[in-house]
Ligand binder design. Structure first.
Ligand SMILES: [Zn+2]
Length: 391
């Protein structure tokens, strides 16, 4: 007898039964004869491993609970954030971040990647808090922590040593921000050096402003190729792509492909500038994921950590409306996002870890349209539906 059999769930458009023994998926068949200790009727609803949110700032989330939003410029929002950040404690960060992780789990997340600011203002408190959260949620939501040089290294040169310490503590990767230092190239080189020193991936808030004078994507891609870092680096935002001429954009796509630079779209950025052209990137074969980015802080005072909301926003802004567009959007939230984060064993398939999220909808388009929540959550072979969803 199997431990759990999920009857009549829809996996990649096919109705199947999913058999689970221990923490592993052991059968995926149109009809499983064997009974399960626990039988769940999926009613032909959509089943996935879980959603993947490729980019968050958990350490700064929910600041709006104690500060009020001011509609000021980006640098002014940065200054407001620095003022708050100087008062952050590990416990405070942990509590605020956990709310977002819980919301994500309840919405069906299986994996997220978050930045943690590392600088003399906050020290290593963000990294420590988020690594503790990663430990607590292991097996429920896979959390990757990027030690992030948000404030740059020209104003705060001590950051380089702090990033090194963060990586020694166990941060999963290192993050840079290419417009923060006057010498953007030097910033990129320092971050890539750290990635090589610790053999971790790197990610950059890349060309975030959308302005042509901040266009460093070609330099980064070139350095990736020279250093043998193809496929080991991700660019978040890449907004300047939308300001290029068609010819320049074609050159950029060639460079992205040659370097295997991965790209994360953070669609809430549309409130202040144009987004990178996601459909063009996908058509060129670039690995693209989607991230919630800021959640209830000075840069985005609304949001929750439910990535479906953000995907819906991208759908409207860049017209992901045809059946093929919806499929592409779905893949960015599922298998492609997982591939971008290097998540192993993603997918409802025999031999994979028994992580199954059944959503209250019969198609991906219904999931987006109705913002359908999960009705069944299985993590590592354990049915946690009641524990997490309260039903
Ligand atoms: Zn960000």
């Amino acid at each position: 007898m199997l431990d759990i059999v999920l009857r009549k769930v829809q996996v990649e458009g096919q109705q199947v039964d999913v058999g689970i023994a221990g923490d592993t998926i052991v059968q995926v068949e149109p009809e499983i004869e064997e009974r399960g200790c626990r039988e769940i009727d999926g009613q032909n609803r959509v089943a996935i491993t879980g959603f993947v949110d490729c980019h968050l700032h958990l350490d700064k989330s929910h600041l709006m609970d104690r500060a009020s939003y001011q509609d000021v410029s980006g640098p002014e929002k940065g200054a407001l954030t620095r003022r708050e950040k100087a008062c952050f404690t590990e416990e405070d960060i942990y509590k605020r971040a956990e709310r977002v992780v819980q919301t994500g789990l309840q919405a069906g997340n299986i994996a997220i990647r978050t930045s943690a600011d590392v600088d003399p203002l906050v020290g290593l408190a963000g990294v420590k808090a988020l690594l503790a959260l990663k430990g607590k949620y292991a097996g429920l939501v896979d959390i990757q922590v990027a030690a992030f040089a948000q404030e740059g290294m020209e104003k705060y040169p001590e950051t380089v040593e702090l990033l090194r310490q963060a990586l020694q503590l166990g941060a999963d990767l290192v993050g840079g921000h290419t417009i923060i230092d006057a010498d953007g190239r030097g910033h990129i080189d320092t971050i890539l050096d750290l990635a090589r020193e610790f053999d971790v991936e790197a990610e950059f808030h890349l060309d975030e402003s959308g302005n042509r004078e901040h266009y460093l994507l070609p330099y980064l891609a070139q350095r990736m190729i020279e250093l043998g870092l193809q496929g080991r680096v991700t660019g978040i935002h890449c907004c300047t792509l939308s300001a290029l001429t068609p010819g320049e954009r074609q050159e950029a796509l060639e460079l992205i492909k040659e370097s295997s630079l991965k790209v994360i779209s953070a669609p809430t950025a549309i409130s202040t500038r144009a987004l990178a052209p996601v459909k063009e990137l996908l058509a060129a074969g670039v690995l693209v994921g989607i991230g919630s980015d800021n959640v209830r802080d000075f840069f985005n005072p609304i949001g929750s950590g439910d990535i479906k909301q953000i995907a819906l926003l991208l759908a409207y802004v860049q017209r992901f409306f045809t059946a093929d567009d919806i499929k592409q959007l779905w893949e960015m939230l599922t298998c492609k996002g997982a591939a971008l984060l290097g998540y192993r064993g993603y997918g409802i398939a025999v031999g994979n870890r028994a992580d199954v999220t059944v959503l209250d909808a019969h198609s991906p388009v219904e999931v987006f349209s109705r913002q359908a929540p999960p009705v069944v959550l299985v993590r590592g072979g354990r049915d946690i539906t009641t524990e997490i969803l309260g039903r």
